[in-house]
Design a protein around this ligand. Structure first.
Ligand SMILES: Cc1cc2nc3c(=O)[nH]c(=O)nc-3n(C[C@H](O)[C@H](O)[C@H](O)COP(=O)(O)O)c2cc1C
Length: 173
């Protein structure tokens, strides 16, 4: 099963999580690039204001074709109680071509479920799996377990190959 992870990250948390997930899934990665936001007071203010108002920024053209995959994981941070606008812009652009999806949001500890609901509504169909990862999980390192479990839900390990019957030598008279 071919898996693409499309993600946006401003301060690196989602990037770390995505690297771990890609390792489990052997997935391709599409980084959503957006120049509008930055790590500065103005950049954060703009990020929060756009997210709150539902304003969509410009994003760079995609480097992977979503419809060539069996499943696309959509990942990004929560800003101002909503999934971040660059992720929304990606979903809006790719929506018609999205195969089955799985949703992953990172956040500081508030609005996780409501943001997953919003992202799911933007996609327009139920995902195979959805998860949020908090700053506390990142700090303690337990996020790795959450990611492993999420990966397992997305792509269950194939059953063990059947063991061939033991060879019983023919007893000759
Ligand atoms: C502008 C802005 C708004 C944020 N709003 C929220 C929020 O509403 N709820 C929350 O739990 N975390 C919020 N956060 C924290 C981020 O969601 C969290 O740090 C996330 O993991 C950052 O991901 P990134 O490093 O991949 O950009 C906000 C961060 C920024 C920069």
């Amino acid at each position: 099963m071919a898996v693409l992870i499309a993600f946006y990250s401003l301060t690196g948390t989602t990037r770390t999580v995505v690297a771990e997930l890609a390792r489990h899934l052997q997935a391709d990665i599409e980084e959503i690039r957006c120049k509008r936001y930055g790590v500065s007071f103005t950049g954060w203010w703009r990020a929060a204001a756009d997210s709150w108002r539902g304003r969509l920024p410009g994003i760079a053209p995609a480097t992977h074709t979503a419809r060539n995959y069996d499943l696309v994981v959509l990942a990004g941070p929560i800003w101002a109680w909503h999934p971040c606008p660059p992720l929304r812009a990606y979903v809006r652009r790719e929506r018609a071509d999205l195969p089955e999806t799985a949703l992953l949001l990172t956040h500081g500890g508030s609005a996780g479920q409501q943001s997953l609901d919003a992202l799911q509504a933007w996609v327009g169909k139920p995902p195979k799996a959805r998860v949020t990862i908090t700053a506390a999980e990142m700090k303690s390192g337990t996020y790795a377990e959450t990611v492993a479990h999420f990966a397992q839900t997305i792509r269950p390990r194939p059953p063990l190959a059947p063991v061939p019957p033991a060879h019983v030598p023919e007893v000759l008279p």
